[in-house]
Design a protein around this ligand. Structure first.
Ligand code: SF4
Length: 383
């Protein structure tokens, strides 16, 4: 997991690699260019390419191939970070990607249930999958006699079982207990859709409002036209606006940014203006930063800065205690196999010995994953 330069988050958790462009907002997807640079930097030093086969040069530019890889080794990354963070889930891909299985998505939610001291930002352009996936979780969990959070955690245990280090973390008592106790929908997961223009707002936001998320948000970035979210704002807690950055960026009219803010103010939704080109109406002030090509991060729009979050974020609750619980406590949350074959109870002997600590970091990367190599920070969020 990496710290992030994206102003509305603290860190990114990219457990999925690869994607496919789906709408105009994807045209200048920074993740494709970033993946290509990461590959190049790794291969120059003789390391395996993390995005091998997932991105290729077409028409002189890096493009996703459409293949996708779920990086099991990274599944438990949030559990290794003890300080509460706002975590952007898959800043380089899309957790609802068509070729990911329902179970893989559930595994990510299972870890979010267990590492509940973080706030997670799940942003998708595959909005149509959201209500279907939530319904599948609730239905399948009920069939197995589990709560949705317990079922998601069981998926995490099953998928994470393929990686020894991951499996070890997912057998910890406090990790199992946190997932077993988690409410549904998970109160620390914010689910959002991208709405770069009205057409995509009309397509995606109706699916978002059908999804039983604790916090719903819309990212109107890169903003490519005026967007009216009024019909849905009662169910939207947070709106992000901002212009496109990088090569070939398309302009965002300052009136479109004004329109978004006006709607949020009228409906009581939090508004976060991430970036805009400096000029008439857009200025720099305390807390803003001028970036390349005249783009101002956290700008002042008509003299006011908008950097609001939907709730006092992140949910600053304590990470689980480091001390092992008494042996008797192990029976409180019996996540037992129940015919589904997916759930494995922790071995009490092992668990009572266990401590959750940074030493759980794998000593070295598993063979199928890249070894530590050059790191590149990709700070745009207008993917
Ligand atoms: S912008 Fe997002 S959804 Fe579109 S191709 Fe890039 S990563 Fe995928």
């Amino acid at each position: 997991m990496h710290s992030s330069g994206i102003s509305w988050t603290d860190a990114t958790w990219n457990l999925v690699r690869g994607c496919r462009q789906v709408s105009p907002g994807c045209r200048n997807c920074y993740a494709m260019a970033c993946a290509h640079s990461v590959n190049k930097a790794h291969s120059k030093l003789g390391f395996p390419e993390p995005y091998e086969g997932l991105v290729q040069i077409r028409g002189g530019k890096p493009k996703w191939t459409g293949d996708v890889r779920f990086v099991t080794r990274l599944l438990v990354a949030p559990l290794r970070k003890r300080e509460p963070l706002k975590i952007f889930v898959n800043s380089m891909s899309d957790l609802l990607y068509e070729e990911l299985s329902n179970k893989q998505i559930a595994a990510a939610f299972g870890v979010m249930a267990a590492a509940s001291w973080h706030a997670y930002q799940v942003l998708t352009k595959r909005a149509e999958r959201l209500p279907r996936w939530f319904a599948w979780v609730v239905r399948t969990a009920a069939e197995r006699g589990l709560t949705p959070a317990q079922f998601c955690f069981a998926c995490a245990q099953e998928i994470g079982g393929a990686d020894a280090s991951c499996a070890k973390v997912l057998r910890r008592h406090e990790v199992i207990a946190a997932a077993a106790d988690a409410a549904w929908p998970l109160p620390n997961v914010w689910v959002g859709v991208s709405a770069e223009d009205q057409e995509n707002a009309n397509l995606r936001v109706p699916f978002l409002v059908k999804a039983p998320a604790a916090v719903r948000f819309v990212s109107a970035e890169p903003l490519l036209g005026p967007v009216d979210l009024t019909p849905w704002l009662n169910d939207i807690a947070w709106v992000i606006g901002g212009c496109e950055s990088g090569d070939g960026r398309r302009p965002a009219d300052v009136d479109w940014l004004r329109l978004l803010r006006k709607q949020c103010l009228a409906n009581g939704s939090a508004y976060f203006l991430k970036q805009a080109v400096g000029g008439v109406g857009i200025t720099c002030g305390p807390g803003s930063k001028v970036k390349k090509k005249g783009i101002v991060e956290s700008p002042y729009l008509d003299g006011t800065q908008s950097v609001a979050f939907p709730i006092a974020a992140p949910r600053c609750i304590a990470a689980p205690p480091r001390s092992p619980p008494p042996r008797s406590a192990m029976n409180i949350h019996p996540l037992q196999a129940n015919g589904s074959g997916v759930v494995q109870e922790a071995n009490p002997d092992e668990t009572t010995q266990a401590r959750f600590s940074p030493e759980d970091e794998p000593a070295q990367a598993s063979p199928q994953e890249p070894p530590p190599g050059p790191r590149r920070r990709c700070a745009s969020s207008s993917r």
